[in-house]
Design a binder for this molecule. Structure first.
Ligand SMILES: *Cc1c(COP(=O)(O)O)cnc(C)c1O
Length: 240
């Protein structure tokens, strides 16, 4: 496995440089952007190496996978992010493990999260997912619904909204992706002028391996990167 740590360190270093350059282009320090490593393509052992390499924000898109990696890596101070759809019947096992839920996409889910957080005596930090591209296959609130959801969240004492999450349209090229990110940021900026005090829209989770630089230029504070980080890694591990 001697290959894996050096390959990971190299990939992380390159990604951090690219993030830093894109952040500078938007007049922000590199520290304004958190690299969240999407570990869904790799084993718990590789996820461990990513954390050991210094990237302690890890993300899974499926709750069951987050539970199993969370248990396997419980000895490390990892901040787990859920970046995929959460069914209500998976809330109870997921909540104690996660730092931030990125993909909250319904009022029913918000209410159920609030109930469960009450029962656990804790608060839960969430991002509201917005369907910026308007594609039917995408999860998320319609942009026009977000304002009403933010007002409704004030009633949910255990839920803390920290910002918005979105994805660029699947079919578009880099220019369309950048436009999608710009529109999420514009929505955030518009809503932020008039939001309840209990709500924050400071975080913008947008950008993946193929488009994170555009997202950072447009104001992303969290980028979710999987394949570009673990490129060449599983094969290096397999060949040992
Ligand atoms: C898998 C995933 C990512 C990371 O995708 P890559 O293209 O591999 O970087 C980001 N966001 C979500 C919601 C994902 O499911």
């Amino acid at each position: 496995m001697s290959d894996v740590p050096s390959r990971l360190a190299e990939n992380l270093d390159q990604l951090r440089r690219r993030i830093e350059a894109a952040a500078a282009a938007s007049g922000r320090p590199a520290g304004a952007v958190t690299l969240v490593a999407a570990t869904k393509y790799v084993s718990a052992e590789i996820a461990r190496q990513i954390a050991v390499a210094g990237c302690l924000d890890l993300a899974e898109s499926r709750p069951q996978e987050l539970w199993s990696k969370g248990a396997a890596l419980a000895d490390l101070p990892i901040r787990w992010h859920l970046i995929g759809h959460l069914q209500r019947n998976k809330i109870r096992r997921t909540l104690p493990l996660v730092t931030l839920l990125h993909s909250i996409d319904s009022a029913r889910l918000l209410a159920a999260l609030n109930d469960e957080a009450c029962a656990l005596g804790r608060r839960v930090d969430v991002l509201l997912e917005v369907n910026i591209s308007g594609e039917a296959a995408k999860h998320g609130f319609q942009p026009a619904e977000v304002e009403r959801q933010l007002s409704a969240c004030v009633e949910l004492a255990q839920v803390r909204v920290r910002g918005l999450m979105g994805m660029a349209r699947l079919e578009g090229g880099p220019a369309e992706a950048e436009r999608d990110f710009a529109s999420l940021r514009a929505l955030r900026d518009r809503l932020a002028r008039n939001i309840p005090a209990a709500v924050s829209l400071a975080e913008l989770s947008m950008g993946m391996s193929g488009d994170f630089e555009a997202a950072v230029r447009q104001g992303a504070t969290l980028v979710r990167i999987g394949s570009a980080l673990t490129e060449g890694i599983e094969s290096a591990a397999d060949s040992q």
